[in-house]
Design a binder for this molecule. Structure first.
Ligand SMILES: O=C[C@H](O)COP(=O)(O)O
Length: 224
């Protein structure tokens, strides 16, 4: 087990079950389970829900993306400072469903740091995990794209990618934490991911599409 308790990050993505009133249901369940368990649960709602989520819940709220821009004339872009002002304290960058070039990832990490946002750079393989670590984000989140949303856990289907990414990241910068994601849906998946060296998990469908998110969240923290 890592020195600090593992973190659980819930990416709401753009599922029909993830915005408006349903976003409140998920956040309320996450807040209850975080307070019961003492485990940090981070929520990553859609942009429109960052402000209400931040106002209503005592949970860290991260954006799903920011652009590597400075304040100014950039129509249609997501500004790190605006995300911070809406109440977010961190952001995902380079999710497999929102891929960026290395130059864009670097600019987004810089923009996030400038705005005092924590950074989670998502990666799709061990080599990109090492490259991402060189940018010194707070977290690298390794997620094999073929397992995302599959219900098949990376922790059991591809444990090597977690171990190899942890080694790649730590050999570049030992202060960067590693999250594992794709198909995570149970406490056993979380336990296994942590045994493989990760500092927590990033998941979406297992919670967002659950009939009762609280049931899944309680299971997720049950073996930590
Ligand atoms: O950001 C979350 C990941 O893409 C994992 O998604 P999933 O838990 O639905 O497999």
């Amino acid at each position: 087990m890592p020195e600090e308790k593992p973190v659980i990050m819930i990416n709401f993505k753009t599922y029909n079950e993830s915005y408006g009133f349903r976003a409140h249901d998920i956040a309320e369940a996450a807040e209850t389970v975080a307070e019961e368990s003492g485990i940090e649960i981070v929520i990553c709602p859609g942009f429109m829900d960052i402000h209400p989520m931040s106002n209503h819940y005592r949970l860290p709220v991260f954006a799903q993306h920011i652009d590597g821009i400075s304040p100014g004339a950039h129509t249609g872009h997501i500004l790190a400072e605006a995300v911070r002002a809406a109440g977010a304290t961190g952001t995902l960058i380079n999710h497999s469903e929102r891929r960026l070039t290395l130059a864009d990832i670097s600019a987004a990490v810089d923009a996030a740091k400038r705005a005092n946002l924590k950074t989670v750079v998502c990666t799709n393989n061990t080599a990109t995990s090492g490259a991402a670590a060189a940018l010194s984000p707070d977290y690298v989140a390794i997620e094999p794209p073929e397992l995302i949303g599959s219900g098949i856990s990376v922790a059991t289907a591809d444990p090597e990618i977690i171990e190899n990414s942890v080694n790649a990241v730590k050999s570049v910068n030992k202060d960067v934490k590693v999250l594992a994601g794709a198909g995570i849906s149970s406490g056993s998946c979380v336990k296994r991911a942590v045994e493989l060296g990760s500092d927590g998990v990033l998941l979406a469908s297992g919670v967002v599409k659950a009939e009762d998110p609280a049931v899944v969240l309680r299971d997720l923290v049950s073996k930590i």
